[in-house]
Design a protein around this ligand. Sequence first.
Ligand code: PGA
Length: 275
Amino acid sequence: MKRKKYIVGNWKMFKTSETAYNDFSVLQNSLDIYREEHESKSMFHVGICAPFVFLQQLTDLNSNIHIYSQNVFWEQEGAFTGEISIPMLKSINVDGSLVAHSERRQYFHETNVDSGKKLKALLANNLHAIYCVGESLQEREAGQVESVIEKQLEEALEICKDEINQLFEINSNNSDNSEFLNCLPFSIAYEPVWAIGTGKAATVQDAYNVHVFIRKIMTKIFNADIAQRTRILYGGSVKTTNAHEFLANEEIDGALVGGASLNPNEFFKICLAAE
Ligand code: PGA
């Protein structure tokens, strides 16, 4: 069975309230029209990771697009000035959060252990999580791709192991007779740091190799079933011109799109590349 492709836009620190609303509405409208015309064969899910301050206006639109924050704090509440909690996100119907985007690791010094705590809190509270991993150019040139990614996975997933196992137990009972695997509300995004925002995407072969490796580590930490039900997205300079070749690969379960998600028409074309 196949995994349904997942196309997720990451708006980073862009847009204003007005452009967020307008651009999201354009995307939603294009997707609605497309789905009406092709209902039976929609092969993808769509998500948008928006800045905190725009989340409520987007969830109020009640669309089929999953709404994610770009970060979250693991404590339920308390004296943590400037942080946003999971109950806050839930209270405005947010679906989930990105965790450990490389810009959070690089500029805000987030560690694998921090990421594990965030993943644990999200999954325990029934929110989706997308955990980002990826090597720097220096690490790639030093031949350390696998060791870096293995460490990012092991250190974080050790902390939320029980929650992922529980999700699997709940999800494995829900068979909806579809042609698609029932994937977990936990995805991994492989984003090589040197490919993010540089216009220099990884090759499909590079991405494929790392995705196979990630699935091998997931099998080692959990089991083959959990590994099969975890979507692994590729991110890093995905555009309309290369989306199709990434998404055609059966080990690449979707895309995490930064720059090219800012324009709703361009992002919609990337979604269609999943068909
Ligand atoms: P990019 O960003 O598509 O602009 O390279 C990807 C990301 O940071 O998620």
